[in-house]
Write a protein that binds this ligand. Structure first.
Ligand code: GRF
Length: 198
């Protein structure tokens, strides 16, 4: 039986795409993506899921009275489909409530920096790369880690590095790192499944 993955996303979903593509290759043949949930209606991740024949669910946080109840709903959807592993891929909300407990050690995230540096509250998107350039770092990269109650905090599984070039802008650095993310995430998921979920 394949490991059932759900992906939570807020935006473009290029990492989701990399995961989907990897499930039909050697890299991630142990798994299948069974559900994609987005907190934004316009998230292109939803479209990517549909195109791949994967169930796509838009859940609007604004139609729940609390964040807690929003994540309760997400947790129910995941459990109803017997999801084994939840992968956050550009999902911008901080997880709260039962999902953290019920999917403890079965929640992964990707972050576009070399954690534990340049992670935490407010460190997302271009903010991360701006901070890296401002700090004069010679290298940056991406990290896949296990999710806990704090932003970008749980145990790091795997990282890939890139050089920071003198002429880099936040955008050029982000683009270089994103390419590495697409290699890193499927590989890290595969590793995690082999080690802990098989
Ligand atoms: C990636 O840089 C990821 O590391 C971060 O958000 C971005 C999502 O990009 N958490 P995409 O939606 O997967 O294209």
């Amino acid at each position: 039986m394949k490991v059932k993955i759900a992906v939570l996303a807020s935006g473009n979903g290029s990492n989701l795409q990399a995961i989907i593509d990897a499930t039909s290759s050697e890299v991630l043949k142990l798994a299948e993506v069974v559900l994609v949930i987005a907190n934004k209606k316009e998230a292109f991740a939803l479209e990517r899921a549909k195109r791949a024949g994967i169930e796509a669910l838009f859940l609007d946080p604004l139609s729940f009275s609390t964040r807690f109840s929003y994540f309760e709903k997400i947790t129910d959807e995941l459990e109803n489909r017997k999801v084994d592993l939840v992968c956050l891929a550009g999902f911008l909300l901080k997880l709260e409530g039962p999902i953290l407990k019920r999917f403890s050690k079965r929640l992964l995230n990707i972050h576009p920096a070399l954690l534990p540096k340049f992670g935490g509250k407010g460190m997302y998107g271009h903010h991360v790369h701006e901070a890296v350039l401002k700090a004069g770092e010679k290298e940056s990269g991406c990290s896949v880690h296990v999710v806990d109650q704090d932003f970008d905090h749980g145990p790091i599984l795997l990282q890939r590095k890139v050089l920071v070039l003198p002429e880099d802008t936040p955008q050029t650095l982000a683009d270089r790192i994103l390419k590495e993310e697409h290699l890193l995430y499927p590989e890290a998921i595969h590793l995690y499944i082999q080690k802990y979920l098989k």
